[in-house]
Design a protein around this ligand. Sequence first.
Ligand SMILES: NC(=O)C1=CN([C@@H]2O[C@H](COP(=O)(O)OP(=O)(O)OC[C@H]3O[C@@H](n4cnc5c(N)ncnc54)[C@H](OP(=O)(O)O)[C@@H]3O)[C@@H](O)[C@H]2O)C=CC1
Ligand SMILES: CC(=O)N[C@@H](CCC(=O)OP(=O)(O)O)C(=O)O
Length: 348
Amino acid sequence: MSEVSVIRAGIVGATGYTGVELLRLLLGHPRVRPAVVTSRGQAGTPLSALFPNLRGQGDLRFQAPDAGALGECDVVFFATPHGVAHTLAGDLLQRGTRVIDLSADFRLRDPQLWSQWYGQPHGAPELLEEAVYGLPELNRARIPAARLIAVPGCYPTAVTLGLLPLLEAGVVDPAQLVADAKSGVSGSGRKAQVGSLFCEAAENFRAYALGGHRHLPEILQTLGEVSGVQPQLTFVPHLVPMVRGILATLYTRLLQPQTDLQALFERRYAHEPCVDVLPAGELPETRSVRGTNLCRLAVQRPQEGETAVVVSAIDNLVKGASGQAVQNMNLMFGLPETQGLEGIAILP
Ligand SMILES: NC(=O)C1=CN([C@@H]2O[C@H](COP(=O)(O)OP(=O)(O)OC[C@H]3O[C@@H](n4cnc5c(N)ncnc54)[C@H](OP(=O)(O)O)[C@@H]3O)[C@@H](O)[C@H]2O)C=CC1
Ligand SMILES: CC(=O)N[C@@H](CCC(=O)OP(=O)(O)O)C(=O)O
Protein backbone atom coordinates (compact mmCIF):
# COMPACT_ATOMS: atom_id res chain seq x y z
CA MET A 1 0.00 0.00 0.00
CA SER A 2 3.06 2.28 -0.25
CA GLU A 3 2.06 5.04 -2.70
CA VAL A 4 4.05 8.09 -1.62
CA SER A 5 7.73 8.60 -0.90
CA VAL A 6 7.19 11.46 1.54
CA ILE A 7 3.95 11.43 3.45
CA ARG A 8 2.43 14.89 3.90
CA ALA A 9 0.74 14.90 7.29
CA GLY A 10 -1.73 17.28 8.89
CA ILE A 11 -2.51 17.53 12.60
CA VAL A 12 -5.76 19.09 13.75
CA GLY A 13 -5.33 20.20 17.37
CA ALA A 14 -1.54 20.48 17.30
CA THR A 15 -1.39 22.73 20.39
CA GLY A 16 -2.75 20.00 22.68
CA TYR A 17 -0.74 17.35 24.52
CA THR A 18 -1.34 14.50 22.07
CA GLY A 19 -1.05 16.89 19.10
CA VAL A 20 2.37 18.23 20.05
CA GLU A 21 3.57 14.73 21.02
CA LEU A 22 2.50 13.58 17.55
CA LEU A 23 4.34 16.50 15.99
CA ARG A 24 7.50 15.55 17.95
CA LEU A 25 7.28 11.99 16.62
CA LEU A 26 6.47 12.99 13.02
CA LEU A 27 9.30 15.56 12.87
CA GLY A 28 11.69 12.70 13.66
CA HIS A 29 10.09 10.29 11.18
CA PRO A 30 12.23 9.78 8.06
CA ARG A 31 9.25 9.38 5.68
CA VAL A 32 6.91 12.12 6.94
CA ARG A 33 6.70 15.86 6.43
CA PRO A 34 4.31 17.61 8.78
CA ALA A 35 2.64 20.01 6.35
CA VAL A 36 -0.34 21.49 8.22
CA VAL A 37 -0.65 21.95 12.00
CA THR A 38 -3.79 23.62 13.23
CA SER A 39 -4.81 25.84 16.09
CA ARG A 40 -7.91 28.02 16.19
CA GLY A 41 -6.41 30.58 18.55
CA GLN A 42 -2.73 30.51 17.49
CA ALA A 43 -2.99 30.82 13.69
CA GLY A 44 0.21 32.46 12.37
CA THR A 45 2.29 31.62 15.49
CA PRO A 46 5.58 29.73 14.85
CA LEU A 47 5.79 26.33 16.57
CA SER A 48 8.70 27.29 18.84
CA ALA A 49 6.82 30.29 20.23
CA LEU A 50 4.54 27.81 22.04
CA PHE A 51 6.83 24.79 22.28
CA PRO A 52 10.52 25.60 22.84
CA ASN A 53 11.54 21.98 22.22
CA LEU A 54 10.51 22.48 18.57
CA ARG A 55 12.91 25.39 17.92
CA GLY A 56 15.05 24.67 14.87
CA GLN A 57 12.55 22.26 13.34
CA GLY A 58 11.71 24.30 10.23
CA ASP A 59 9.45 27.29 9.68
CA LEU A 60 6.07 25.65 10.16
CA ARG A 61 3.40 27.86 11.75
CA PHE A 62 0.05 26.99 13.23
CA GLN A 63 -2.87 27.67 10.93
CA ALA A 64 -6.64 27.64 11.38
CA PRO A 65 -8.30 24.29 10.63
CA ASP A 66 -9.39 24.33 7.00
CA ALA A 67 -10.59 21.36 4.98
CA GLY A 68 -8.93 22.74 1.81
CA ALA A 69 -5.40 22.85 3.25
CA LEU A 70 -5.88 19.61 5.20
CA GLY A 71 -7.23 17.93 2.04
CA GLU A 72 -3.83 18.46 0.37
CA CYS A 73 -2.30 16.08 2.92
CA ASP A 74 -1.92 12.32 2.46
CA VAL A 75 -3.04 11.74 6.04
CA VAL A 76 -4.70 13.92 8.65
CA PHE A 77 -4.58 13.17 12.38
CA PHE A 78 -7.27 14.50 14.69
CA ALA A 79 -5.91 15.25 18.17
CA THR A 80 -9.07 17.09 19.16
CA PRO A 81 -11.90 16.74 21.67
CA HIS A 82 -14.65 14.33 20.68
CA GLY A 83 -17.08 15.62 18.06
CA VAL A 84 -14.52 17.51 15.94
CA ALA A 85 -13.47 14.63 13.66
CA HIS A 86 -17.15 13.94 12.97
CA THR A 87 -17.41 17.31 11.24
CA LEU A 88 -14.34 17.03 8.97
CA ALA A 89 -13.50 13.36 8.39
CA GLY A 90 -16.08 12.71 5.66
CA ASP A 91 -14.94 15.70 3.61
CA LEU A 92 -11.28 14.67 3.89
CA LEU A 93 -11.99 11.07 2.90
CA GLN A 94 -13.81 12.34 -0.19
CA ARG A 95 -10.72 14.34 -1.12
CA GLY A 96 -8.63 11.16 -0.91
CA THR A 97 -6.97 12.01 2.42
CA ARG A 98 -6.74 9.24 4.98
CA VAL A 99 -7.82 9.99 8.52
CA ILE A 100 -6.37 8.81 11.84
CA ASP A 101 -8.53 9.96 14.72
CA LEU A 102 -7.04 10.02 18.23
CA SER A 103 -10.37 11.01 19.75
CA ALA A 104 -13.24 8.68 20.57
CA ASP A 105 -15.40 9.69 17.57
CA PHE A 106 -15.19 6.39 15.66
CA ARG A 107 -14.28 3.88 18.39
CA LEU A 108 -17.74 2.61 19.29
CA ARG A 109 -19.56 0.77 16.54
CA ASP A 110 -23.02 1.65 17.87
CA PRO A 111 -23.81 5.35 17.34
CA GLN A 112 -26.54 5.29 19.99
CA LEU A 113 -24.18 3.88 22.59
CA TRP A 114 -21.67 6.59 21.61
CA SER A 115 -24.33 9.21 22.02
CA GLN A 116 -25.28 7.93 25.51
CA TRP A 117 -21.70 8.06 26.77
CA TYR A 118 -20.60 11.26 25.03
CA GLY A 119 -23.79 13.24 25.62
CA GLN A 120 -24.39 14.39 22.04
CA PRO A 121 -25.70 12.85 18.81
CA HIS A 122 -23.14 10.96 16.72
CA GLY A 123 -22.06 13.34 13.97
CA ALA A 124 -21.02 10.85 11.26
CA PRO A 125 -22.71 7.45 11.71
CA GLU A 126 -22.34 6.77 7.98
CA LEU A 127 -18.56 6.42 8.43
CA LEU A 128 -18.69 3.89 11.28
CA GLU A 129 -18.82 0.83 9.10
CA GLU A 130 -15.48 1.52 7.47
CA ALA A 131 -13.70 2.78 10.61
CA VAL A 132 -11.06 0.33 11.84
CA TYR A 133 -10.23 0.17 15.56
CA GLY A 134 -6.50 0.86 15.43
CA LEU A 135 -5.10 -1.64 17.92
CA PRO A 136 -2.45 -3.27 15.69
CA GLU A 137 -1.96 -6.19 18.08
CA LEU A 138 -5.57 -7.18 17.35
CA ASN A 139 -6.47 -5.68 13.96
CA ARG A 140 -3.17 -5.57 12.06
CA ALA A 141 -4.59 -7.29 8.96
CA ARG A 142 -7.30 -4.65 8.50
CA ILE A 143 -5.18 -1.53 8.99
CA PRO A 144 -3.22 -1.29 5.68
CA ALA A 145 -6.36 -0.92 3.56
CA ALA A 146 -8.21 1.34 6.00
CA ARG A 147 -9.06 4.94 5.11
CA LEU A 148 -10.28 5.79 8.62
CA ILE A 149 -8.62 4.66 11.85
CA ALA A 150 -10.05 5.07 15.34
CA VAL A 151 -7.03 5.07 17.64
CA PRO A 152 -7.93 3.34 20.94
CA GLY A 153 -8.15 5.36 24.15
CA CYS A 154 -5.28 5.34 26.61
CA TYR A 155 -6.90 3.23 29.34
CA PRO A 156 -8.40 0.82 26.75
CA THR A 157 -4.94 0.25 25.26
CA ALA A 158 -3.39 -0.66 28.62
CA VAL A 159 -6.33 -2.78 29.80
CA THR A 160 -7.07 -4.56 26.53
CA LEU A 161 -3.47 -5.57 25.83
CA GLY A 162 -3.26 -6.94 29.38
CA LEU A 163 -6.40 -9.06 29.12
CA LEU A 164 -6.21 -10.21 25.48
CA PRO A 165 -4.05 -13.34 25.96
CA LEU A 166 -6.21 -14.60 28.84
CA LEU A 167 -9.55 -14.06 27.08
CA GLU A 168 -8.41 -15.34 23.69
CA ALA A 169 -7.20 -18.54 25.35
CA GLY A 170 -10.41 -18.85 27.40
CA VAL A 171 -8.51 -19.44 30.65
CA VAL A 172 -10.25 -16.75 32.75
CA ASP A 173 -13.88 -16.00 33.55
CA PRO A 174 -14.96 -13.04 31.36
CA ALA A 175 -17.69 -12.25 33.92
CA GLN A 176 -15.13 -11.48 36.65
CA LEU A 177 -12.69 -8.85 35.43
CA VAL A 178 -11.34 -5.94 37.46
CA ALA A 179 -9.15 -3.11 36.13
CA ASP A 180 -7.59 -0.76 38.66
CA ALA A 181 -5.92 1.88 36.49
CA LYS A 182 -3.84 4.94 37.37
CA SER A 183 -3.05 7.76 34.98
CA GLY A 184 -0.75 10.77 34.93
CA VAL A 185 -2.38 14.18 34.67
CA SER A 186 -1.54 14.77 30.97
CA GLY A 187 -4.30 12.22 30.32
CA SER A 188 -6.84 14.94 30.89
CA GLY A 189 -5.40 17.25 28.23
CA ARG A 190 -3.74 20.67 28.14
CA LYS A 191 -6.87 22.77 28.51
CA ALA A 192 -7.16 24.87 31.66
CA GLN A 193 -9.05 23.03 34.40
CA VAL A 194 -8.81 23.22 38.16
CA GLY A 195 -8.14 19.48 38.70
CA SER A 196 -4.98 19.70 36.58
CA LEU A 197 -3.44 22.68 38.38
CA PHE A 198 -0.06 21.95 40.01
CA CYS A 199 -1.38 22.67 43.52
CA GLU A 200 -4.38 20.38 42.99
CA ALA A 201 -2.66 17.44 41.29
CA ALA A 202 0.95 17.43 42.50
CA GLU A 203 0.34 16.04 46.01
CA ASN A 204 -2.81 14.06 45.44
CA PHE A 205 -4.00 10.58 44.45
CA ARG A 206 -7.68 9.99 43.79
CA ALA A 207 -10.12 7.66 42.10
CA TYR A 208 -12.77 9.06 39.76
CA ALA A 209 -15.66 8.07 37.49
CA LEU A 210 -16.65 5.12 39.68
CA GLY A 211 -20.18 5.44 38.37
CA GLY A 212 -18.99 4.78 34.80
CA HIS A 213 -16.13 6.02 32.65
CA ARG A 214 -16.56 6.45 28.88
CA HIS A 215 -13.71 4.02 28.26
CA LEU A 216 -15.78 1.20 29.79
CA PRO A 217 -18.00 0.59 26.71
CA GLU A 218 -14.93 0.79 24.48
CA ILE A 219 -13.05 -1.85 26.48
CA LEU A 220 -16.15 -4.06 26.69
CA GLN A 221 -16.71 -3.82 22.93
CA THR A 222 -13.23 -5.20 22.20
CA LEU A 223 -13.15 -7.79 24.98
CA GLY A 224 -16.64 -8.98 23.96
CA GLU A 225 -15.43 -9.58 20.40
CA VAL A 226 -12.38 -11.44 21.66
CA SER A 227 -14.15 -13.66 24.19
CA GLY A 228 -17.39 -14.19 22.24
CA VAL A 229 -19.54 -13.31 25.27
CA GLN A 230 -20.51 -10.05 27.00
CA PRO A 231 -17.79 -9.58 29.65
CA GLN A 232 -18.31 -7.95 33.05
CA LEU A 233 -15.61 -5.48 33.98
CA THR A 234 -15.22 -3.28 37.06
CA PHE A 235 -13.05 -0.42 35.82
CA VAL A 236 -11.81 2.21 38.26
CA PRO A 237 -9.53 4.98 36.94
CA HIS A 238 -7.30 7.02 39.26
CA LEU A 239 -5.35 10.22 38.86
CA VAL A 240 -1.79 10.06 40.22
CA PRO A 241 0.70 12.90 40.72
CA MET A 242 2.87 12.36 37.67
CA VAL A 243 2.79 13.90 34.20
CA ARG A 244 2.78 10.84 31.93
CA GLY A 245 2.05 7.17 32.23
CA ILE A 246 -0.65 4.63 32.96
CA LEU A 247 -0.24 1.63 35.22
CA ALA A 248 -3.20 -0.76 35.09
CA THR A 249 -3.42 -3.67 37.53
CA LEU A 250 -5.86 -6.25 36.21
CA TYR A 251 -7.46 -9.00 38.29
CA THR A 252 -9.11 -12.06 36.73
CA ARG A 253 -10.43 -15.40 38.00
CA LEU A 254 -8.70 -18.39 36.47
CA LEU A 255 -10.88 -21.16 35.06
CA GLN A 256 -7.80 -23.28 34.46
CA PRO A 257 -5.37 -22.50 37.32
CA GLN A 258 -2.68 -24.81 35.96
CA THR A 259 -2.21 -22.69 32.83
CA ASP A 260 1.38 -21.56 32.27
CA LEU A 261 0.54 -17.85 32.18
CA GLN A 262 4.07 -16.69 31.47
CA ALA A 263 4.31 -18.97 28.42
CA LEU A 264 0.84 -17.87 27.26
CA PHE A 265 1.80 -14.19 27.32
CA GLU A 266 5.21 -14.78 25.75
CA ARG A 267 3.64 -16.77 22.92
CA ARG A 268 0.84 -14.25 22.28
CA TYR A 269 3.20 -11.31 21.99
CA ALA A 270 6.29 -13.04 20.57
CA HIS A 271 6.08 -11.12 17.28
CA GLU A 272 4.68 -7.84 18.58
CA PRO A 273 7.26 -5.06 18.32
CA CYS A 274 5.37 -2.75 20.70
CA VAL A 275 4.54 -5.19 23.49
CA ASP A 276 7.21 -6.37 25.92
CA VAL A 277 6.37 -9.28 28.22
CA LEU A 278 8.75 -9.07 31.17
CA PRO A 279 10.60 -12.14 32.47
CA ALA A 280 8.79 -14.10 35.19
CA GLY A 281 8.90 -12.29 38.53
CA GLU A 282 9.58 -8.79 37.15
CA LEU A 283 7.00 -6.00 37.19
CA PRO A 284 6.67 -3.02 34.81
CA GLU A 285 6.95 0.60 35.93
CA THR A 286 5.64 3.68 34.12
CA ARG A 287 9.14 5.19 33.94
CA SER A 288 10.32 2.17 31.93
CA VAL A 289 7.98 3.16 29.06
CA ARG A 290 8.05 6.96 29.36
CA GLY A 291 8.32 8.49 25.87
CA THR A 292 8.15 5.06 24.17
CA ASN A 293 5.51 3.26 22.13
CA LEU A 294 5.81 0.17 24.32
CA CYS A 295 3.28 -1.62 26.47
CA ARG A 296 5.19 -3.55 29.14
CA LEU A 297 3.31 -6.46 30.71
CA ALA A 298 3.76 -8.88 33.58
CA VAL A 299 1.48 -11.73 34.61
CA GLN A 300 1.51 -13.62 37.91
CA ARG A 301 -0.65 -15.97 39.97
CA PRO A 302 -0.09 -14.76 43.56
CA GLN A 303 0.14 -17.52 46.18
CA GLU A 304 -0.67 -19.98 43.39
CA GLY A 305 -4.35 -19.14 43.91
CA GLU A 306 -7.20 -18.77 41.43
CA THR A 307 -6.51 -15.13 40.60
CA ALA A 308 -4.31 -14.11 37.69
CA VAL A 309 -2.93 -10.59 38.10
CA VAL A 310 -1.63 -8.67 35.09
CA VAL A 311 0.28 -5.40 35.38
CA SER A 312 0.32 -3.23 32.26
CA ALA A 313 2.32 -0.03 31.78
CA ILE A 314 2.17 2.46 28.91
CA ASP A 315 2.89 6.12 28.25
CA ASN A 316 -0.61 7.53 27.77
CA LEU A 317 0.66 10.08 25.24
CA VAL A 318 2.62 7.54 23.15
CA LYS A 319 1.29 3.94 23.04
CA GLY A 320 -1.90 5.39 24.56
CA ALA A 321 -2.36 7.98 21.76
CA SER A 322 0.22 9.58 19.42
CA GLY A 323 2.71 6.72 19.08
CA GLN A 324 -0.08 4.25 18.41
CA ALA A 325 -1.38 6.70 15.78
CA VAL A 326 2.05 6.65 14.07
CA GLN A 327 2.17 2.83 14.33
CA ASN A 328 -1.15 2.77 12.45
CA MET A 329 0.12 5.27 9.87
CA ASN A 330 3.20 3.11 9.23
CA LEU A 331 0.98 0.09 8.58
CA MET A 332 -1.38 2.10 6.35
CA PHE A 333 1.48 3.35 4.18
CA GLY A 334 3.43 0.09 4.01
CA LEU A 335 6.31 1.34 6.17
CA PRO A 336 8.14 -0.64 8.86
CA GLU A 337 5.71 -0.74 11.77
CA THR A 338 8.00 0.94 14.31
CA GLN A 339 9.63 3.50 12.00
CA GLY A 340 10.00 6.76 13.93
CA LEU A 341 9.04 5.00 17.17
CA GLU A 342 12.32 3.45 18.21
CA GLY A 343 13.12 5.81 21.12
CA ILE A 344 14.28 4.46 24.48
CA ALA A 345 12.52 5.45 27.72
CA ILE A 346 13.80 8.49 29.57
CA LEU A 347 15.19 7.92 33.11
CA PRO A 348 14.91 9.39 35.69
N1 LIG B 1 -4.19 13.13 26.71
C1 LIG B 1 -4.18 11.81 26.56
O1 LIG B 1 -3.43 11.09 27.24
C2 LIG B 1 -5.05 11.16 25.54
C3 LIG B 1 -5.98 11.86 24.81
N2 LIG B 1 -6.77 11.22 23.89
C4 LIG B 1 -7.76 11.95 23.11
O2 LIG B 1 -7.08 12.73 22.13
C5 LIG B 1 -7.78 13.94 21.91
C6 LIG B 1 -6.85 15.11 22.23
O3 LIG B 1 -6.47 15.02 23.59
P1 LIG B 1 -5.43 16.02 24.26
O4 LIG B 1 -4.31 16.27 23.33
O5 LIG B 1 -5.16 15.48 25.60
O6 LIG B 1 -6.33 17.33 24.37
P2 LIG B 1 -5.88 18.85 24.58
O7 LIG B 1 -6.98 19.51 25.32
O8 LIG B 1 -4.52 18.90 25.14
O9 LIG B 1 -5.84 19.40 23.09
C7 LIG B 1 -6.95 19.48 22.27
C8 LIG B 1 -6.60 20.23 20.99
O10 LIG B 1 -7.75 20.31 20.16
C9 LIG B 1 -7.87 21.63 19.61
N3 LIG B 1 -9.31 21.90 19.50
C10 LIG B 1 -10.21 21.99 20.51
N4 LIG B 1 -11.45 22.18 20.02
C11 LIG B 1 -11.33 22.21 18.67
C12 LIG B 1 -12.26 22.39 17.60
N5 LIG B 1 -13.55 22.56 17.85
N6 LIG B 1 -11.79 22.36 16.34
C13 LIG B 1 -10.46 22.18 16.08
N7 LIG B 1 -9.53 22.01 17.05
C14 LIG B 1 -9.97 22.03 18.33
C15 LIG B 1 -7.15 22.54 20.59
O11 LIG B 1 -6.43 23.50 19.85
P3 LIG B 1 -6.81 25.03 19.66
O12 LIG B 1 -7.69 25.43 20.82
O13 LIG B 1 -5.47 25.69 19.65
O14 LIG B 1 -7.49 25.04 18.33
C16 LIG B 1 -6.11 21.62 21.22
O15 LIG B 1 -4.89 21.72 20.51
C17 LIG B 1 -9.01 13.92 22.82
O16 LIG B 1 -10.11 13.41 22.11
C18 LIG B 1 -8.59 12.96 23.91
O17 LIG B 1 -9.69 12.39 24.50
C19 LIG B 1 -6.62 9.90 23.64
C20 LIG B 1 -5.72 9.15 24.33
C21 LIG B 1 -4.86 9.72 25.36
C1 LIG C 1 -6.40 11.28 33.47
C2 LIG C 1 -7.59 11.55 32.60
O1 LIG C 1 -8.36 12.46 32.84
N1 LIG C 1 -7.76 10.74 31.54
C3 LIG C 1 -8.84 10.89 30.63
C4 LIG C 1 -8.82 9.82 29.59
C5 LIG C 1 -7.92 10.10 28.48
C6 LIG C 1 -8.64 10.44 27.21
O2 LIG C 1 -8.50 11.54 26.76
O3 LIG C 1 -9.43 9.52 26.66
P1 LIG C 1 -10.36 9.67 25.33
O4 LIG C 1 -9.48 9.67 24.17
O5 LIG C 1 -11.23 8.49 25.30
O6 LIG C 1 -11.20 10.89 25.43
C7 LIG C 1 -10.19 10.74 31.31
O7 LIG C 1 -10.32 9.98 32.26
O8 LIG C 1 -11.14 11.30 30.77
